[in-house]
Ligand binder design. Structure first.
Ligand SMILES: [Fe+2]
Length: 293
């Protein structure tokens, strides 16, 4: 197998390119696991891939695939498989975030597959959460060490039933309990949920601090639902600083058809540049590594 290995950018990740359109299922899994543990993001390019091969390859390295119940966006199920989803159907920019960091149960790993790249723009963005933490000012670090993030979301009965993929209130109560989410049910069965989490978490090895959360896209798309846990507002200048850092240290993944991207969702943030091409088609799978961290 003729393989070239190089950084995705000077900041992050590793690109593993097959020069001769090799079978990705023949890659040595031990080596992939070791590279993934060191780099946190791997981009596979030039291999013979399609949707089925993407599923097979991700199945070899992952477990506990989830179906996105409770997720913030509408996603299409691909080929009738609830663990293979489109990215959301919007075309605007999505700022850097950890996937599903607005609830306790997060996928530890995220896969992307490029079924069809946008003719221009629409890059997926990635950024190392440890580097993000290092770049943030000491006053902002201090603020986030003192105050946690609080998401407060009101939903009509129809909204929560669609979002959590159930009509059963006791099932919703169980989902909320498992996610350390406070649930208030109103007389008309509409609900208010509240979830509190830190913006900065320790790395899995415990040696580093990682800035990873859902702060930036929430403030971008739905600013009213996010405050600090003491109900004070996150200051505009802090959000401006975080957006400046994000833009400065983001790496763009310029998609090619058939690319596969493997992301450690405990330490690497991702997002997306805006695009206009309606043919852009990127799939995701949310899961956990099938190996020890
Ligand atoms: Fe995402």
């Amino acid at each position: 197998m003729n393989i070239e290995i190089q950084p995705i950018s000077e900041r992050i990740g590793l690109k593993i390119t097959s020069v001769d359109n090799a079978n990705i299922l023949k890659l040595d899994l031990e080596s992939i696991i070791n590279l993934f543990k060191s780099y946190g993001v791997l981009l596979f390019r030039g291999f013979a891939t399609n949707t089925e091969i993407f599923k097979e390859f991700s199945n070899l390295l992952s477990t506990d695939f989830i179906d996105y119940a409770g997720g913030a966006f509408a996603r299409r199920v691909i080929n009738g498989d609830k663990t293979l989803l489109s990215v959301n159907d919007y075309q605007f920019e999505i700022k850097l975030h950890g996937e599903m960091y607005y609830q306790k149960t997060i996928p530890l790993m995220v896969w992307f597959f490029c079924a069809h790249p946008a003719s221009e723009a629409g890059e997926t963005t990635v950024c190392d959460g440890r580097q993000f933490f290092n770049e943030v000012s000491s006053s902002t670090k201090k603020l986030f060490s003192q105050k946690k993030l609080k998401f407060t979301i009101s939903m009509s009965k129809e909204d929560w039933q669609r979002k959590y993929q159930t009509e059963d209130l006791s099932k919703l109560e169980e989902i909320c309990r498992n996610n350390y989410t406070h649930l208030k049910v109103n007389a008309d069965k509409s609900i208010i949920i509240e979830y509190i989490c830190p913006a900065i978490i320790p790395s899995s090895c415990g040696k580093y601090q990682v800035f990873i959360n859902s702060l930036l896209p929430t403030k971008q798309l739905n600013p009213k639902i996010l405050n600090f846990d003491d109900d004070s507002e996150i200051p505009d200048d802090v959000i401006a600083e975080l957006n400046e850092v994000a833009e400065r240290i983001t790496t763009n993944i310029v998609w090619q058809k058939g690319d596969i991207l493997m992301i450690d969702n405990t330490r690497v943030l991702h997002g997306r540049r805006a695009f206009a091409d309606e043919k852009r088609d990127i799939y995701i799978r949310l899961c956990a590594p099938a190996f020890s961290a």
